[in-house]
Design a protein around this ligand. Structure first.
Ligand SMILES: [Zn+2]
Length: 148
């Protein structure tokens, strides 16, 4: 059973609205990515229910550099936590957003590397983050619920 355009197949979400769940450590996986994966699965399950998806086949995420997420680790963690859920085996696409800041001293726009928040122009502390804080689920792809 496929999806109908404009119907339940794709959910566009304005931002990260996941609930905080208790985190059970998963051996061998990075704590950070694993806890995000747990939250992500909760959000995916909630959205799947809301949009009557019986199965989730794909996720599209946007993650800013400031979140310090390693895409491969997040994918591996999600694979583990999603086992047995309706999102088992779902593909994941991650768009990385660079960390950009603006210097309030000289107005210069700076691509921040290695989390050094200093303006290379005037030496001021970069306090205005333009991008890089994102942790968004942009899109879910799935199939409508089948007959039980
Ligand atoms: Zn500056």
């Amino acid at each position: 059973m496929g999806t109908r355009p404009g119907d339940s197949g794709i959910a566009l979400l304005p931002g990260w609205v996941g609930r905080i769940l208790r985190f059970d450590p998963i051996p061998g996986l990075a704590m950070h990515e694993a806890s995000i994966a747990v939250e992500l699965l909760a959000l995916v399950e909630e959205q799947a229910r809301r949009h009557a998806l019986g199965r989730v086949t794909g996720l599209h995420l946007r993650i800013g550099a400031m979140r310090a997420v390693v895409p491969e680790l997040l994918q591996a963690a999600f694979e583990v936590v999603a086992k047995g859920s309706l999102a088992e085996g779902a593909g994941m696409r991650i768009d990385s957003v660079p960390l950009l800041a603006r210097c309030s001293g000289c107005g210069r726009q700076v691509a921040v590397e290695e989390f050094v928040f200093l303006c290379p122009g005037c030496g001021a502390v970069l306090d205005e983050i333009l991008s890089g804080k994102e942790l968004d689920l942009l899109e879910l792809t799935g199939e409508e619920g089948g007959t039980p």
